[in-house]
Design a protein around this ligand. Structure first.
Ligand code: B12
Ligand code: SF4
Length: 476
């Protein structure tokens, strides 16, 4: 059987004028995970439109499987229609198909909702027997028996970070704007791989650099502890994501963070989301307490871990002042990089239900649900003000003078230099990234990334800035 997997791109990623580096970071891991369920005699190929134009010549596949996100849904449907018109069996899955199965069904022979580890092998058996169903809804969630992704189908040279990896799925928290509760509805919404398999996968990856795409790598502290224990001595440098409270939590495994650093943690993505306590409460971000922010940042910095901070604009407590306040706060906290997002009500989320009930959703043009457009009516400003403030934040945070101020706030030469180099490399060198991508030479930048990540002042031997006992946060 010949199976073709597609990750369609949103329009911006294929622009002939400018290619942002962020679309050439990670390979389509979800599709590689699905390909692992095929028989050895099957012929499989993965096509990622973010990194190369799709070609529709060559022998027709027997089966086409397409991953949908909200922003690539329109393109996914066009590709699906193209193959169906030629009689090819087409299936759609992923986040958007999960939240809009009826919409996806207009372009597919079969639609999948939720993660694919339980439904996809069932479908394959049904398909081979000539009895595929129109809908497969995931209910039994586990990674314990899941095979490792078919990385042999990924062209590593086209990605800056080919070693992306997920060792868990979902997250134990319930922020109302997050994709998570909608995607994992109907079953468990947080689970991990077996430690041995996770370590075997890590060990199989060439090079030094890893990027864990897990929503919250520290969510299960025993799992994380065993993982970091096993990674010791592997000589890796890695990046990941975690929540504010997990940085300060010393209730169990009090030296978890130190262990993470020992085995290569160099930068962490943290969803601060807002510096308004009221916003955090409205959106169910209970694991974030404003009072903890500075201590969490200081703890990470004292261990030599850089922070990629994420902020969301347009929550109900946000007025026009939110942009300058947030950017100024981020600079003063010496945050290395920041991503700003416009609050986006993905279908199926609690946020979407609330805004819809309030009549505040402006349209369903999924192309614009890209966290850069205001697709709803904000409470305290106009959609135009929200979009303008969003773009201004990027300009203000990544000005040379801001980068220098944030770096110098470290009061230490090596971390300040690393901060400067890392931050400038992401945002100030975008035209250079564009050239590198066009020349298909992105892999050449990998050693530089590893070197910047690994340049750090070693933390002192004594426990670095551990939170005071009386100020412990909740367990995750
Ligand atoms: C890595 C990543 C990216 C990468 C690359 C994506 C890639 N190469 O796969 C980059 C940087 C390019 C990216 C870009 C964007 N992303 Co992004 N990204 C992620 C992230 C962090 C991890 C995805 C991942 O690899 N997961 C692990 C794999 C194993 O799981 P998976 O891909 O979901 O696949 C499983 C299932 O979905 C299912 N499945 C998927 N497809 C199919 C198909 C079939 C047939 C079947 C049976 C099953 C199935 O089975 C797979 C195995 O279980 C997610 C967050 C998350 N945790 O999902 C956000 C996320 C997907 N991104 C998001 C967004 C908003 C964006 C951007 C719009 C951001 C921006 N402003 O630019 C862009 C647009 C992307 C686009 N093409 O439209 C949102 C999507 C919201 C939504 N409802 O669609 C997420 C959920 C982040 C968030 N919390 O909001 N992203
Ligand atoms: S902590 Fe992050 S991943 Fe978890 S529900 Fe909240 S936004 Fe989603």
């Amino acid at each position: 059987m010949r199976v073709h997997f597609f990750l369609p791109a949103l329009t911006e990623a294929t622009s002939p004028f400018f290619r942002p580096i962020k679309y050439s970071l990670f390979p389509p891991l979800g599709l590689a995970a699905l390909a692992a369920y095929l028989h050895p005699g099957d012929e499989a190929a993965i096509f990622d439109e973010h990194v190369e134009p799709l070609r529709f010549d060559g022998p027709l596949p027997h089966l086409v499987a397409i991953e949908t996100y909200i922003t690539n849904a329109r393109r996914a449907y066009a590709i699906a229609d193209h193959f169906r018109a030629q009689g090819v069996y087409v299936v759609l899955g992923g986040l958007h198909a999960t939240s809009r199965p009826a919409e996806a069904a207009q372009h597919a022979d079969t639609v999948f909702t939720g993660p694919g580890e339980d439904t996809w092998p069932r479908f394959l058996a049904d398909f081979r027997n000539g009895r595929p169903a129109p809908l497969y809804a995931s209910k039994e969630r586990s990674l314990l028996q899941a095979p490792l992704p078919r990385r042999d189908l990924i062209r590593r040279s086209l990605y800056l970070v080919p070693n992306s990896i997920v060792v868990s799925r979902g997250c134990p928290h319930h922020c109302d704007f997050c994709y998570k509760d909608a995607f994992f509805a109907g079953g468990r919404s947080y689970y991990t791989r077996a430690i041995d398999t996770a370590l075997a996968e890590i060990d199989s990856l060439p090079g030094r650099h890893l990027y864990f795409l897990d929503d919250h790598l520290l969510a299960n502290r025993s799992f994380a502890d065993a993982l970091f224990h096993g990674m010791k001595g592997m000589n890796r440098v890695w990046q990941a994501a975690a929540t504010v409270d997990s940085i300060l939590d010393v209730s169990t495994h009090p030296r978890l963070l130190e262990r993470a650093v020992q085995c290569g943690l160099r930068s962490l993505f943290i969803g601060f989301e807002s510096i308004s306590e009221s916003n955090l409460q409205i959106h169910g971000k209970r694991q974030n307490r404003l009072a903890d922010y500075t201590r969490a940042i200081q703890r990470l910095h004292s261990l030599g871990v850089m922070i990629n901070a994420s902020f969301v604009y347009g929550m109900d407590d946000d007025g026009e002042e939110v942009f300058s306040r947030t950017v100024e706060w981020a600079i003063q906290q010496s945050l290395e990089t920041a991503t700003f997002h416009i609050l986006t009500p993905y279908p199926g989320t609690g946020l979407h239900q609330r805004l819809q009930a309030q009549g505040r959703i402006l349209h369903n043009n999924w192309d614009l649900y890209d966290t850069r457009h205001a697709v709803f009516q904000p409470a305290r400003m106009s959609p135009e003000q929200l979009e303008a403030g969003y773009w201004r934040s990027y300009r203000d945070f990544y000005r040379w003078s801001s980068i220098a101020r944030a770096a110098l706030a470290k009061h230490d030469a090596i971390p300040a230099l690393r901060h400067f180099a890392y931050s400038a490399a992401w945002k100030k060198l975008e035209p250079l990234w564009d050239l590198i991508l066009r020349a298909r030479r992105v892999a050449l930048a990998r050693p530089a990334l590893e070197a910047i990540l690994d340049t750090r002042r070693r933390p002192a031997q004594k426990p670095a800035a551990s939170p005071a006992k009386g100020l412990q946060t909740r367990p995750t």
